[in-house]
Ligand binder design. Structure first.
Ligand code: AHG
Ligand code: MN
Ligand code: MN
Ligand code: MN
Length: 369
């Protein structure tokens, strides 16, 4: 935000959004969507804080299965969504969105037309009574395998405008409607209006971009507000940390191995060995990379050629944030934001962080000396 605040004034997410609106950077519709996401993240934050008390048997659930934590987190984000014929038709996970009654989440904010979640098989359309313009994609509880050990988890989100040829108004045929929902959701990251994440850690921190730099807000539990704590985050051009799941080393390509080896044995080019840090929560690993610099990576390997992370809910939003902070997001061969998704749960390799490390990785993977 551009308004001049003295060092004695705090800015909340709300006043920051209102300033952006006043300066015509975003409109009030988008501000309402961002605000409803922030409120849902407060709810998810309290779910995470109380996880050990209210769920003594654990929240994580099976890997990429319907764990209670991710399911509950997703419900907070969707809150207010009603059942549509399209959901009855799919018979799959999105039925969980139904019949939730009043709430503060995305559907209730009345500006969202289509919602897609990492935790559900198919996107869902918001009932007409609530529906609006925006297409929202999210990963409600990322790093969920960490939750029962009290380790940082997060939520990731992205906001798109509906693609012009994909109106879902006045559609009776549920199959047609689902197709349009999928088309609305399958947009390249370079179309994102907003991307962000919330980290639930020693503090709850919301980081977001609307395409004009990256801003971080720390939740103040005393007043229940997100306070602007990290104005205009810039990622260092070069860092000292790499963040990969090295347990997969033996499945990596020779080039991938060569890259990590060279960070550990930098004698050849005269540097110091990098430090290794890996939590296994993308949001936590990314947030550290954003602030301290270095590289986060989830490469493809012999078993999973496209790695593990999802383009729509994880790779594209994080890449937009990395770029907006002066860093990069790459598959090793292509800018992540240029990829047009072919499926809602498509995976792509992700390397993001400081410019130097990502460009060096690209040159090694592409076999350039
Ligand atoms: P999710 O909990 O949303 O399914 O995402 C898990 C992802 C991501 O958070 C993390 O970076 C990665 O999985 C960790 O994978 P490994 O356990 O293979 O390292
Ligand atoms: Mn998952
Ligand atoms: Mn995830
Ligand atoms: Mn998830």
């Amino acid at each position: 935000a551009t308004s001049a605040k003295s060092q004695y004034e705090l800015q909340t997410l709300t006043t920051w959004l209102l300033d952006l609106e006043k300066n015509a950077v975003i409109d009030n519709e988008l501000a309402a969507v961002i605000s409803s996401i922030a409120t849902a993240c407060k709810q998810i934050g309290s779910l995470v804080n109380r996880a050990g008390i209210s769920n003594p048997h654990g929240l994580a659930g099976p890997e990429n299965g319907a764990g209670r934590g991710p399911e509950e987190a997703g419900r907070h984000l969707k809150r207010g969504l009603r059942k549509l014929p399209a959901q009855q038709w799919d018979g799959a996970g999105s039925g969980a969105a139904a019949g939730l009654g009043p709430g503060v989440g995305l559907a209730a904010c009345g500006r969202t037309g289509v919602i897609a979640s990492e935790e559900e098989d198919l996107p869902v359309a918001v009932e007409e009574t609530f529906s609006g313009e925006y297409v929202v994609v999210f990963d409600p509880l990322d790093g969920s395998s960490n939750i029962d050990a009290g380790i940082s988890v997060g939520s990731i989100f992205g906001i798109y405008e509906p693609s012009p040829e994909c109106s879902i108004e006045d559609m009776d045929d549920p199959e047609e409607m689902m197709k349009k929902c999928v088309l609305n959701v399958c947009q390249a990251g370079n179309e994102l209006l907003c991307a962000g994440y919330t980290l639930y850690s020693s503090a709850t921190i919301l980081v977001l971009t609307v395409g004009k730099g990256v801003y971080g807000f720390t939740f103040d539990p005393l007043i229940g507000e997100f306070i602007l704590s990290h104005p205009n985050i810039r990622i260092p051009d070069k860092g000292k940390i790499y963040s990969f799941n090295e347990g997969n080393y033996q499945m990596w390509s020779e080039e991938q191995k060569k890259y990590i080896d060279s960070l550990k044995y930098p004698e050849k080019w005269g540097g110091k060995p990098y430090s290794s840090r890996y939590i296994g929560s993308l949001v936590g690993d990314f947030h550290r990379t954003l602030l301290y610099g270095g590289i986060y990576g989830y490469p493809g390997d012999a078993k999973n050629t496209n790695g593990k992370l999802r383009l729509l809910y994880e790779c594209a939003p994080m890449s937009m944030i990395a770029e907006q902070a002066g860093g990069k997001g790459s598959t090793g061969f292509q800018r992540v934001l240029d990829i047009v998704p072919e499926a809602v749960h498509q995976r792509v390799p992700l390397f993001c962080g400081s410019k130097w490390e990502v460009e060096y990785l690209e040159s090694v993977l592409q076999g350039k000396p």
